[in-house]
Design a protein. Structure first.
Length: 184
């Protein structure tokens, strides 16, 4: 019988396939987010060129750039949390091993779930309120629920991701499994 120490990926044929799918999905998301930011830069160049050379500015260009960046940031925040690649002070976890490191990850994940859950609830209330009012943007005429939904979806995604990480980290703490980095 194979040892059940968490190091063997041969428990099921799905784990390597799932890991490959996750890796390709993350690569696809990084590419999409990068292309989105390049598109924002292109809009900015067209906006500045038309404003300063021709004396007019495309209607809604500034709004569109802001909305796209907000959506990109919220999606990238979820990806960063999944990969634990977000900006954090990780001096303590770097020098700890075993259960202490898992405990610090549990505390971090619990804090993420609490903070992002509260932000999701607040964003939900705000989106519901502006939806009832029927507010539209001034330049594009876009319902303001669309740009504000970026915060709702982003924080909801962060909450779900944090909850999954909390479960994973809690199980790792209980089982005292060897610590592995996401990218390795």
């Amino acid at each position: 019988m194979a040892p059940m120490d968490g190091r063997s990926q041969e428990r099921s044929g799905r784990q390597p396939a799932l890991a490959g799918f996750a890796k390709s999905a993350m690569s696809w998301l990084h590419t999409l987010l990068g292309l989105t930011l390049l598109f924002v830069v292109a809009i900015n160049v067209v906006n500045a060129t038309s404003r300063y050379l021709f004396g007019f500015s495309p209607v809604g260009a500034d709004e569109l750039m802001v909305y796209l960046v907000i959506w990109a940031v919220m999606i990238a925040a979820i990806v960063s949390l999944i990969l634990r690649a977000h900006i954090n002070v990780n001096l303590l976890p770097l020098y700890t091993k075993g259960r202490v490191r898992h405990l610090l990850h549990v505390i971090h994940s619990a804090a993420a779930v609490f903070a992002c859950g509260y932000a999701t609830y607040s964003a939900w209330l705000f989106v519901a309120r502006i939806s009832q009012l029927g507010v539209k943007s001034m330049g594009l005429g876009l319902p303001m629920t669309i740009p504000h939904a970026a915060l709702l979806i982003g924080f909801a995604g962060l909450t779900v991701t944090g909850a999954a990480m909390l479960i994973r980290d809690g199980l790792a703490l209980i089982r005292n499994t060897p610590h592995t980095e996401v990218g390795s």
